[in-house]
Design a protein around this ligand. Structure first.
Ligand SMILES: Cc1cc2nc3c(=O)[nH]c(=O)nc-3n(C[C@H](O)[C@H](O)[C@H](O)COP(=O)(O)OP(=O)(O)OC[C@H]3O[C@@H](n4cnc5c(N)ncnc54)[C@H](O)[C@@H]3O)c2cc1C
Length: 373
């Protein structure tokens, strides 16, 4: 056990920092086991990537990587959560996935392997079915994350708005004894850092492996399309290649992403915005694929940062040298998919002393060098 967890600890002694999909999932699985943690976010639940992502889920796309078991387990948990909390509430639905090739100009027929779905009526050819309803699905990430936090609060968790700006430690072992929120110390025995790309800020208080953020723009278009996600290799007029992803959602919306952007991570997630040029290019390229998207209005523009580790594998587990501190971050492009299984693992690490449901070895922090700033 990372630190003597005492079942008689009482409410509020477990503090989860960050109310993205990962922090929300940790809170949900802790409350399912009767704990009453505190969830702290500087803004609000799903304020960052967890409210702005696509929400696509794939059970077996990590086959052959250290994430395989995590992704399969988490995909199954998403279905269980939809059964328990309501598919409509989470925006959950199975969907198909298709790989296509598209271009501003030129005949693409030599790349065709499949007939196009009717709605893909632009200069695009279907290449491969890459997911069916048994293995690919989606949630609305905003609804998913806020529902988990809401459900955890209904079961006794406390949601606090404030900036986590420090940790307190005590004793010769340097165990966690509190969390500073807006400069006020709150006593705690267990602290879970689920700060997404902001994890590097916590290197002021703890020695942690590096976590980076990579920014992407996205738009939401108003169009009613079938539940078919499209991953497209696109060649522009300037011969530049890019990838664009289109995810129809229920309720007549289509989420479109794929445009990387540059920029340093601001402290406040509300300040993360896309450039107009990126949004216009996403709309234009989506329109090359489908007239329904070309003619659709943009109903939302957004940007967010994926939390990335040096080796591309999440960091899930106790922080070495800081008993009571846990890290859950670095889920890159699959943080919505892998949130439930991560939340369940962290709850087990805290309450049972180790992850019972999955082998946590691939995610251990010890595998990467740790540093402070
Ligand atoms: C364009 C795009 C599309 C994506 N599509 C998918 C997809 O289809 N499927 C998928 O599985 N994943 C997808 N992802 C990845 C996914 O969004 C992320 O991996 C996931 O949201 C990360 O969740 P998180 O909880 O770790 O971090 P975040 O969502 O970033 O949450 C971190 C939280 O910490 C809070 N915080 C930060 N600092 C402090 C502080 N000092 N004090 C208090 N609170 C603080 C922030 O306010 C924020 O709410 C996508 C990402 C992007 C950018």
């Amino acid at each position: 056990m990372a630190r003597g967890y005492d079942p008689a600890m009482g409410p509020g002694r477990i503090v989860i920092c960050g109310a993205g999909a990962i922090g929300a999932s940790v809170a949900w699985f802790l409350t399912r086991r009767g704990e009453r943690p505190v969830i702290v976010d500087r803004a609000h639940p799903a304020a960052a990537a967890s409210g702005r992502a696509a929400g696509f889920l794939a059970s077996d796309w990590s086959a052959g990587t250290p994430l395989d078991a995590l992704s399969r387990a988490s995909f199954a948990l998403h279905r269980e959560l939809a059964d328990e909390l309501g598919a409509e509430r989470l925006g959950y639905r199975p969907m198909q996935a298709l790989m296509t090739a598209a271009a501003d100009e030129g005949d693409l027929e030599r790349y065709r392997r499949l007939p196009n779905p009717d709605w893909l009526d632009g200069n695009v050819v279907a290449h491969e079915d890459i997911g069916g309803i048994a293995t690919t699905a989606q949630v609305d990430p905003l609804r998913f994350t806020t529902s988990l936090v809401g459900s955890a609060v209904d079961r006794g968790a406390e949601l606090v708005t404030g900036v986590v700006d420090g940790l307190a430690f005590e004793g010769p072992g340097g165990a966690v004894s509190g969390v500073s929120i807006d400069g006020a110390l709150r006593p705690a025995d267990i602290v879970v850092l689920a700060l997404g790309p902001w994890t590097s800020r916590a290197q002021r208080w703890l020695a942690l492996p590096q976590v980076f953020g990579t920014k992407s723009a996205s738009i939401v278009l108003g169009a009613e399309l079938p539940a078919q996600a499209v991953f497209s290799e696109f060649v522009g007029r300037d011969r530049q290649r890019s990838t664009i992803e289109m995810y129809p959602r229920s309720g007549g919306l289509v989420y479109v992403a794929g445009h990387p952007e540059h920029g340093s991570l601001p402290d406040d997630p509300g300040e993360i915005v896309p450039s107009d040029a990126a949004c216009e290019e996403l709309h234009r390229v989506a329109g090359v694929h489908a007239s329904a998207l070309r003619d659709a209005a943009i109903v939302a523009r957004s940007a967010c940062y994926r939390p990335l580790t040096v080796d591309g594998v999440p960091l899930i587990g106790p922080v070495p040298g800081a008993p009571g501190a846990f890290l859950a971050t670095g889920h890159a492009s699959w943080g919505i998919l892998n949130a439930p299984a991560t939340g369940r693992m962290v709850a087990e690490m805290i309450l049972d002393g180790s992850s019972q449901s999955l082998d946590a070895t691939p995610f251990a922090l010890e595998r990467l060098p740790a540093g402070r700033i």
